[in-house]
Design a protein. Structure first.
Length: 279
């Protein structure tokens, strides 16, 4: 009995891990007016952030359809295998619901274990990677799902946004709050709690915000995994990742991952974040 791992594109897992661990990624959609792109498939992060920052049309996003999940599961499944499907928080996207409905359609044909991560980006991604490593070791579907859930229970993500403008345009916060933040030049610091976005701090400059992110990581306690995520500004992300190396066991390094177009639609440019898993 083999176990296959499926996730969605908001997990922001670097391609090298997807290829090495044979993870199936179901893309969400990014819409610029009447044009729709599959996240990470038909539009690259470079192309996306160029359009986001210089174009006149603000994008919207949508979850994969039930049919797209059915297709992904049928492509992934083989005789004698089970699927573990791990997705962005059901409180942030309808993606989990599409996967849930697809599983119902395929009931009796294949065994699919669904996991609602109640988080996003590489906080989900680290759980997916752990489940995929377990699958490679020959663990069963329920064992891989449990490993993912255990990682998620010990995980947190802290993110610095450059502005609240993109969250507001995407309908995630109110316009008045976004305008106030922009007027005061505040860098909001966000986390995900119980599946929803919440604020854990703010700073008056990028440097001060990065220091607060560093403090949040340092005060998190002993860690087994760290991922640094960014939208634009790879050099800052690499330097930030280097500053966190001391928190990991010797020889271990943080994974550095670029957020894809769907997360980028709501977070915007100049974002840096850190996902951590406690020991």
């Amino acid at each position: 009995m083999t176990t296959k791992i499926v996730t969605d594109s908001t997990s922001d897992i670097p391609q090298e891990f997807i290829d090495r661990l044979n993870i199936k990624v179901v893309p969400l959609n990014v819409h610029f007016g009447d044009t729709t792109y599959k996240d990470g498939v038909q539009i690259s992060p470079d192309e996306f952030f160029e359009k986001l920052t210089t174009g006149s049309i603000f994008p919207s996003t949508s979850q994969p359809s039930i049919g797209e999940f059915i297709e992904a599961y049928e492509e992934t499944w083989e005789e004698g295998s089970e699927i573990v499907s791990i997705h962005i928080s059901s409180k942030l996207s309808g993606t989990y619901n599409s996967a849930f409905q697809a599983r119902k359609e395929l009931e009796g044909k294949m065994e699919i274990h669904l996991v609602d991560s109640l988080t996003a980006s590489m906080s989900t991604g680290l759980a997916v990677i752990s489940a995929a490593l377990a699958a490679q070791e020959g663990k069963s579907g329920p064992e891989c799902a449990k490993i993912a859930k255990d990682i998620l229970e010990k995980s947190s993500i802290y993110v610095m946004l450059d502005t609240l403008e993109f969250l507001e345009k995407g309908g995630r916060i109110g316009k008045a709050r976004s305008m106030l933040g922009n007027i005061l030049k505040i860098k909001p610091l966000l986390t995900v709690e119980s599946g929803e976005i919440s604020e854990f701090g703010k700073a008056r400059s990028r440097r001060a915000a990065l220091l607060k992110l560093q403090q949040a990581a340092s005060q998190f306690g002993p860690v087994q995994q760290i991922a640094v995520v960014y939208s634009t500004g790879e050099k800052d992300a690499l330097n930030f990742a280097k500053s966190l190396e001391k928190l990991l066991p010797e020889q271990e390094k943080p994974i550095v991952s670029r957020v894809g177009p769907v997360i980028g639609t709501h977070a915007g440019p100049n974002v840096i974040g850190v996902a951590l898993v406690a020991k």
